[in-house]
Design a protein. Structure first.
Length: 143
């Protein structure tokens, strides 16, 4: 998987309500732009810069988290040109490439958003593991 860099450009977390009784959470992840980018280690026509936005809204007006950033993708010049031209034409990325790019964004942003939500006292946006009491069975009774 030729993703060679990942950076955050904006990290924003806001809690707008004092009391959080019941909250629903809405996730949105989108690729905002794709550009050819020159890097000092690769030729300009071999690298794409994917700009993304990762947004979590705690409904209704409880708070929100916004992460924006970019990642760099490297491939053969012919493949880079094809991906870039498809993006310019209809703002679409082929599924085989979109899956690893979105998974990278989801993992990195999910971890950052979880940490940020804890810092501003918002509930986690993903379910966390919990310990549940073990059900006692009659054969476990010692008495």
């Amino acid at each position: 998987m030729p993703i060679i860099g990942f950076n955050f450009d904006k990290i924003l977390g806001e809690r707008t309500a004092k009391d959080i009784a019941k909250v629903s959470i809405d996730h949105k992840v989108r690729i905002k732009d794709v550009k050819q980018e020159a890097l000092p280690v690769k030729k300009a026509d071999e690298t794409l810069k994917f700009t993304f936005e990762y947004k979590i809204e705690y409904l209704t007006n409880v708070g929100n988290i916004l992460l924006e950033g970019h990642l760099f993708y490297v491939d053969e010049p012919k493949k880079i040109k094809e991906i870039f031209n498809n993006w310019k034409k209809d703002k679409k990325i082929e599924q085989a490439l979109m899956q690893p790019i979105m998974n990278t964004i989801l993992v990195k942003c999910g971890i950052k958003a979880l940490s940020l939500s804890q810092d501003i006292n918002l509930p986690p946006h993903i379910p966390l593991p919990t310990v549940k009491p073990k059900a006692s069975r009659p054969e476990d009774y010692i008495g």
